[in-house]
Design a protein around this ligand. Structure first.
Ligand code: PLP
Length: 399
């Protein structure tokens, strides 16, 4: 059977194992929050979330209200979900209606939550990232005090976010942020000890046990990619996603003949071109023109010529055996026998980060989840899941 034109296969067992691995870094009592925003970094949000929960994550985080709603609709009824992004008032309403926790950093934010009937909040101190949150510790503390006093509003967490956790040569900025947050969080916890302090992303967790606080919010490492852009395997992380296509056509390309838009590949000797029906319309970036390797038959084959919207061409070599490769599977991210193409390698070629490689995969690429190669049921919206005894989710309070 011919393989699909483009497919992302996601091993949920790898996500589970990555979470177990991250849990093992955490001191007793500290929790793992799996970040499943942007459709689980391109892996499928609900399936990733369920795998992370099975692997020991006890919280989920997303960026938007719609992402929280998607998880609830997939039957994730009781796991706490934190919406980390900025919210318009209608998005705030939607987030609270999805029984998600939201982020606040000023008194008006707290009042906005109260006006919508209340909800659980995490107060965000901007300790140096320069994005969401307030840099003003007093403003953050006032927001927290107001949340405590306001009927219906429940302060649950204290948070911050690191700007340079993935950069070991940041001149001490990471430690500065950690210490700023630690000092402020400690003051607040002296008043309300059950508040959950959290700041670490994957890099921070793997870099510094002192940055764990009460919870780590990990994304990239959950999917088995390396937060430092290096070899994920060296940190015992297991890439969960493989991207495959197939060799739809093989043709002779004589010396002087070209492939693709702009003739950016011209054969210097006779060779065979393989055509794969995948392109930038699938999220396989055009910047990879003449710059990537694809695995066919366990061997690296250079991608030659321009990546177009729906096709790429690879060089299969002069040997007439290349003609036998028609119909063969092609691996664009993943492993074929002894060869591997990783998101980290592709990111380096594109001068970007591995996050962008998997997030870029478009909705045209079906995500097919499996468990170490064994087929699993796809997750249907509204279906009961391991997390949900009942389909409807219930409002939840923390003790
Ligand atoms: C606020 C926040 N926390 C945690 C994360 C997870 O980071 P990482 O994927 O590096 O583990 C992100 C991701 O960008 C984030 O924006």
């Amino acid at each position: 059977m011919t393989p699909p034109r483009a497919q992302a296969s996601v091993n949920v067992a790898a996500i589970e194992r990555n979470c177990q691995r991250l849990r093992a870094e955490l001191r007793d009592g500290a929790e793992l929050c799996a970040v499943v925003k942007a459709d689980g970094y391109g892996h499928g949000a609900a399936a990733s979330a369920l795998a992370a929960l099975a692997g020991g994550a006890s919280w989920l985080a997303v960026a938007t209200a719609a992402e929280a709603r998607e998880l609830r609709d997939a039957g994730i009824a009781t796991a706490p979900i934190l919406v980390m992004g900025a919210l318009t008032s209608s998005e705030l309403r939607d987030a609270l209606a999805a029984d998600a926790d939201v982020v606040v950093w000023s008194e008006p934010h707290v009042l906005a939550v109260a006006e919508l009937g209340g909800g659980r909040v995490h107060v965000k101190l901007d300790s140096g990232m320069g994005r969401l949150g307030t840099r003003d510790e007093l403003e953050a503390s006032r927001a927290l005090a107001l949340a405590r006093e306001t009927r219906g509003v429940e302060p649950v967490g204290l948070m911050s976010h690191f700007a340079t956790a993935d950069d070991l040569h940041d001149g001490g900025f990471f430690e500065q942020q950690r210490d700023t947050f630690a000092r402020w969080a400690q003051e607040q916890k002296a008043v309300q000890p059950q508040l959950i302090a959290h700041a670490a992303n994957s890099a921070a967790l793997l870099r510094d046990a002192g940055a764990q606080f009460d919870m780590a919010r990990c994304g990239i490492a959950v999917y088995g990619m390396d937060p430092f852009g290096e070899d994920a395997g060296a940190r015992r992380l297991e890439p969960a996603l493989e991207l495959t296509s197939y060799v739809a056509e093989v043709k002779l390309c004589r010396v002087g003949e070209s492939a693709g838009y702009g003739r950016r590949f011209i054969a210097e000797q006779d060779t065979h071109l393989g055509v794969l029906p995948i392109g930038y319309g699938d999220g396989w970036r055009r910047g990879l023109s003449n710059k990537a390797d694809v695995l066919v038959g366990g061997r690296r084959r250079p991608l030659v010529g321009t990546v177009s919207m729906d096709n790429v061409t690879i060089d299969l070599g002069a040997d007439a055996d290349a003609l036998q490769l028609r119909g063969q599977a092609a691996t664009l991210i993943g492993v074929d026998r002894d060869e591997r193409v990783s998101a980290e390698q592709l990111a380096r070629r594109l001068q970007t980060i591995n996050y962008e490689i998997t997030c870029a995969l478009s909705s045209r690429v079906p995500r097919v989840q499996h468990r170490d190669g064994a087929a699993i049921e796809p997750i249907a919206a509204g279906a009961p899941t391991a997390d949900a005894g009942e389909r409807a989710w219930l409002p939840r309070r923390y003790g």
